[in-house]
Design a protein around this ligand. Structure first.
Ligand SMILES: *Cc1c(COP(=O)(O)O)cnc(C)c1O
Length: 370
């Protein structure tokens, strides 16, 4: 089976170095908030061009703690996209605020800046912008809206580490940027891990307390916080893998190009608007024969996946928000047609040629039947 991303194959590139790095942590017996985590925070913040990095337990907590640090809670509304991973909106409800959804652009799958103004009310406090699949959202427009209405801009860059927007890395453009190091993300740990970056010192001070029981000095608690830290073993893994990030992104972009050249006549391939960058955490096509194609690929030992089959406004967990089918037609349409193809950085030319051939065969058979 060709997997969506081949983590076993990747491991061959840095196995010894990672094992040594993990061993150092074990021998040092410093497992929580030690030097590896700090090194990683500095490296990631420097790379992205932000002043501070705050390691946390996962990407979901990065978003949750960011909302907390910005003082968002009951009575507040936060605007976001219904076409994203559940966590993006889950955290809004979990701080006691109300998620307000706004439909996406058909071309980019990211929130449509043109739809935002009409969703703003006196209760709106923030926008969580998602750079879905690794494609930068329209940050110039987003910043303009945020400034005009005095809203916080939170970047969910969980799928987009290393993506730039007009020369600036996403995650460092808004008030805070949130990253996930879930194993299958473009920079993945050997377990759960995440990071927040910000250049706002006040927000940074709050975040380092919030992630550690409201404490900077041991057993002195200035506020109620949480236990959400990036542990040293994950930091040890990530410090090694971080060195491969740019090369891995370059590989993904190359693979994406080859898919698009070969498939654009058969399916809808990703479009990248001028001035925006895509790092292809996922390579997603659209076809009205999606479910059949998925089955055909599986029969030919090729993995594929649907991100995401149900837009968030139609999720059972958000039924209380009162949305209904038809509210966000673009998200709903895309959810029915979208399919992610294998695009790990170690995918070989031979594997990709095979995948492309199988997809072409599928459509040739369909045409013959008609
Ligand atoms: C992965 C992801 C998250 C959550 O990250 P975890 O580390 O799994 O908690 C949030 N938002 C988006 C868009 C993601 O892709």
């Amino acid at each position: 089976m060709i997997p969506l991303v081949d983590l076993k194959e990747e491991l061959n590139l840095f196995r010894d170095e990672i094992y040594d790095s993990i061993k150092e942590v074990i021998e040092s017996s410093s497992f929580i908030l030690g030097s590896k985590g700090q090194q990683l925070e500095n490296k990631v913040a420097d790379y992205l061009g932000a002043s501070y990095g705050i390691g946390v337990a996962n990407g979901t907590d990065a978003l949750f703690l960011s909302l907390k640090a910005l003082g968002i809670g009951p009575g507040d509304e936060v605007i976001t996209t219904p076409f994203t991973f559940f966590a993006t909106a889950e955290v809004i409800a979990n701080v006691g605020a109300t998620p307000v959804f706004v439909d996406i652009e058909e071309e980019t799958y990211n929130i449509n800046p043109k739809n935002i103004q009409q969703a703003i009310t006196p209760k709106t406090k923030a926008i969580i912008i998602v750079h879905l699949f690794g494609l930068s959202a329209q940050m110039t427009e987003m910043k303009k809206i945020a400034e005009e209405y005095n809203l916080f801009l939170i970047e969910d860059a969980c799928q987009a580490i290393g993506t730039k927007h007009k020369g600036q890395y996403v995650g460092s453009i808004g008030d805070v940027g949130c990253f996930s190091f879930f194993p299958s993300k473009n920079l993945g740990a050997f377990g759960d891990a995440g990071m927040i970056v910000t250049s706002n010192e006040t927000v940074y001070e709050k975040l380092i307390q919030l992630r550690n029981h409201g404490s900077i000095k041991r057993y002195h608690h200035s506020m109620l916080g949480y236990n959400s830290r990036l542990d040293e073993i994950q930091a040890a893994v990530l410090l090694v893998k971080f060195k491969f990030l740019d090369q891995f992104i370059a590989n993904r972009i190359e693979i994406a190009k080859t898919y698009t050249e070969n498939l654009k006549d058969k399916v809808r391939t990703p479009s990248i608007p001028e001035n925006l960058e895509h790092t292809f955490h996922q390579y997603c096509i659209e076809t009205s024969h999606r479910d059949e194609l998925m089955e055909y690929l599986s029969k030919h030992q090729i993995a594929s996946a649907i991100y995401y089959p149900i837009p968030l406004h139609l999720q059972e967990a958000f039924r209380n928000l009162g949305y209904k089918e038809g509210d966000f037609p673009i998200s709903e349409k895309v959810a029915k047609n979208i399919l992610a193809l294998p695009i790990g950085p170690t995918l070989t030319n031979e594997q990709q040629r095979y995948i492309i051939q199988v997809i072409k065969d599928f459509f040739a058979q369909k045409e013959n039947k008609n």
